[in-house]
Design a binder for this molecule. Structure first.
Ligand SMILES: [Zn+2]
Length: 144
């Protein structure tokens, strides 16, 4: 499949921008408009991926920057108090995420992690390009 045309991309992005919605809903809506069908939160898969595309054997995680410890991201700065508590908590989350991804990869699933901070209304086009690349197999885990 060729890349989407500019027109198709704008069509995919329309409305998504104006609606007030959660990052996950934005990604779901975009994928849906791109013509992909998916399932949500399959508990039988490691890490319970947010979006599962069984037909393509791909999963997408939408990670909150703070809880999942997005590196070099403003949104993941730790509170000044109880620093050690937060550090250890987030380190645990990160290592759990890593294990889940490794298991999924071993099982033959391709994984994409999208961070909350990447799902900005003004950057929707970038997000469409990331999703496009991933779905067409041009991009794998560690997208950024
Ligand atoms: Zn971030």
């Amino acid at each position: 499949m060729d890349s989407f045309s500019k027109e198709k991309r704008s069509q995919i992005m329309s409305n998504v921008k104006s609606k007030n919605t959660t990052p996950e809903l934005i990604v779901r809506r975009l994928l849906h408009r791109m013509g992909y069908r998916f399932r949500l939160h399959r508990p039988d898969l490691p890490g319970k991926p947010d979006i599962v595309l069984p037909k393509y054997k791909k999963v997408i995680f939408i990670n909150g920057c703070f809880w999942h410890g997005h590196e070099n991201c403003k949104k993941s700065q730790l509170p000044k108090t109880n620093r050690e508590f937060w550090q250890s908590k987030i380190r645990k989350n990160k290592s759990r995420d890593e294990k889940s991804i490794n298991k999924l990869l071993e099982m033959g699933w391709q994984c994409l992690v999208i961070w909350d901070c990447q799902i900005k209304k003004k950057d929707i086009e970038k997000l469409v390009i990331i999703l496009e690349g991933f779905m067409k197999g041009e991009m794998d885990y560690d997208n950024i």
